[in-house]
Design a protein around this ligand. Structure first.
Ligand code: COA
Length: 258
């Protein structure tokens, strides 16, 4: 059985974490498959946007698999954290937009997976949390680093130290997600957003992702230089000519990624 389903349609790759009987918990097999799927999609010219979601109505991903974590010792736990981090790092570094369509519990590694995606939209029943301290551990797949960068240190520490779950409406208010929709509309909303993104210049999308991600790791002055360099490179593309030409000619742009 495959734990990670991939379905491609209209340049969108739909990735479904598929272990519903365990609320899509991330065991090592799931992590391995997830990494391979993203490695393949990165170079798949037929795919422009990736959407990640969970199988079933209840969970996006309820965390790393606790039954696997329990047997770790000090050395193997560190390796495990690095392993999970590497998979999520690959997702965050994808040169094409990755949307998390969070359809239920996004806890622990599930919340961290959503944090590694570029855009998060959630169904009204979604609940976010980093409950690791209740297990005597801390988030190990990037949560202590990505959450404070996204929502600020105070709110992140509230979530990390309390281990409490945050409902979708509160996640929206704090900027943890950018859109919330009724559960029955999540897929359609994710598809609409994916199609909107797909209609934009692909080289511009790639550069925007690089500018934001890499720029955030730099002092602002250096980030501004980087932004200007990417802006300059885009001016040499056919896509820019097409985008601006289409605007001036009052027609829809047909980008080629050139
Ligand atoms: N790892 C391993 N198994 C998990 C899991 C996880 N992170 N999360 C859920 N499961 C399993 C349960 O053990 C249960 O398996 P079983 O039917 O064989 O007993 C199954 O998924 C369904 O979960 P259950 O707890 O019965 O559902 P619930 O609706 O009562 O509760 C949650 C849902 C999400 C509140 C609860 O499953 C939970 O707290 N999960 C752990 C969350 C967590 O701590 N994640 C961080 C891990 S580092």
């Amino acid at each position: 059985m495959s734990f990670v389903l991939v379905e491609k349609s209209d340049r969108i790759a739909w990735i479904t974490l598929n272990r519903p009987e365990k609320l899509n918990a991330l065991n090592n097999d799931v992590l391995k498959e997830l990494e391979q799927v993203f490695a393949d999609l990165e170079h798949d010219a037929e795919v422009g946007v990736v959407v990640v979601t969970g199988a079933g109505e209840k969970a996006f991903v309820a965390g790393a698999d606790i039954s696997e974590l329990k047997s770790l010792d000090s050395a193997s736990a560190r390796v495990q954290a690095l392993r999970g981090q590497a998979v999520f790092q690959r997702i965050e570094a994808m040169p094409k937009p990755v949307i998390a369509a969070v359809n239920g519990f996004a806890l622990g590694g599930g919340c961290e997976l959503a944090l590694a995606c570029h855009i998060r939209i959630a169904s009204e029943n979604a609940r976010f949390g980093l409950p690791e301290v209740s297990l005597g551990i801390i988030p190990g797949y990037g949560g202590t680093q990505r959450l404070p960068r996204l929502v600020g240190k105070g709110v992140a520490l509230d979530m990390i130290l309390s281990g409490e779950m945050t409902p979708a409406a509160d996640a929206l208010r704090m900027g943890l997600v950018s859109r919330v929709v009724p559960q029955a509309e999540l897929k359609a909303a994710a598809e609409k957003l994916a199609k909107t993104v797909l209609s934009r210049g692909p080289l511009a999308l790639r550069s925007a992702l690089a500018a934001v991600h890499e720029g955030l790791e730099m002092p602002q002055e250096q980030g501004l230089q980087y932004e200007a360099a990417l802006f300059g490179l885009l001016a040499a593309t056919q896509d820019m000519q097409e985008g601006m030409g289409a605007f001036l000619e009052k027609r829809t742009a047909q980008f080629k990624g050139l």
